[in-house]
Ligand binder design. Structure first.
Ligand code: SF4
Length: 206
């Protein structure tokens, strides 16, 4: 069977929509239990992505160059007033290169893991877990055992689909992933994407 890149990307986008739909349902069911909002980048420490996600981010940047012109990703505006949660985001030297003034500059194209951060997760390896979800501020009054499983993100399903899509993408694109499509060598640094000529980013921190 021959894989076609547009079809694979279409399926990747469906996976993004699936993750977003879990978020939307969780927010609807627990409107007062979620601290995530624009201006909080506390979980934004991603440093690399696999090839299909790098492609999705590159495409977004190329298609939205006007949004990025003259924007400087500097990660130096970390002193944000996070009054209602007292989140201290100062001195986050591990911040994602796409985080600017505590907001994601590629939000519509953010990777899958960014779409599940803060959700309650479930997996065959662990029961419903808040700890695995990266955000200590979400669902403060909810015990994971009481959380409806259908509102939790199934980490196994999401990861398996992403891995398969990335493998198909690498094969269809002729990307030689010698050590496997998910190996460290095959991953793309977000810093490199942010500094690519097409992005027009100027990164003061480099
Ligand atoms: S890509 Fe966006 S949402 Fe993901 S870690 Fe970076 S700034 Fe945060």
């Amino acid at each position: 069977m021959k894989y076609r890149v547009p079809d694979i990307i279409d399926n990747y986008r469906k996976l993004c929509v699936y993750c977003d739909s879990i978020w939307n349902r969780a927010k609807e069911a627990y409107p007062n239990e979620i601290a995530c909002r624009k201006g909080c980048g506390i979980c934004c420490e991603l440093q690399s992505v696999n090839q299909i996600e790098a492609y999705a981010i590159r495409s977004y940047i190329v298609n939205n160059k006007n949004l990025f012109e003259d924007r400087c990703i500097d990660n130096d505006n970390m002193n944000v007033d996070t009054d209602d949660t007292n989140i201290d985001t100062n001195d986050n030297t591990d911040a994602c290169p796409f985080l600017h003034q505590q907001s994601c500059t590629i939000y519509p194209a953010r990777p899958i893991i960014c779409r599940t951060h803060g959700l309650i997760l479930r997996s065959s390896e662990f029961p419903l877990s808040k700890q695995a979800a990266s955000c200590p501020y979400n669902f403060p009054s909810v015990h994971p055992d009481d959380f409806p499983p259908e509102l939790a993100a199934d980490a196994d399903v999401i990861t398996k689909n992403l891995v398969n899509l990335n493998l198909a993408f690498c094969m269809a694109s002729g990307i030689d992933a010698k050590d496997g499509a998910e190996s460290a060598e095959s991953r793309v640094r977000l810093r490199d994407l942010a500094n690519a000529p097409t992005s027009n980013f100027r990164n003061k921190t480099l």
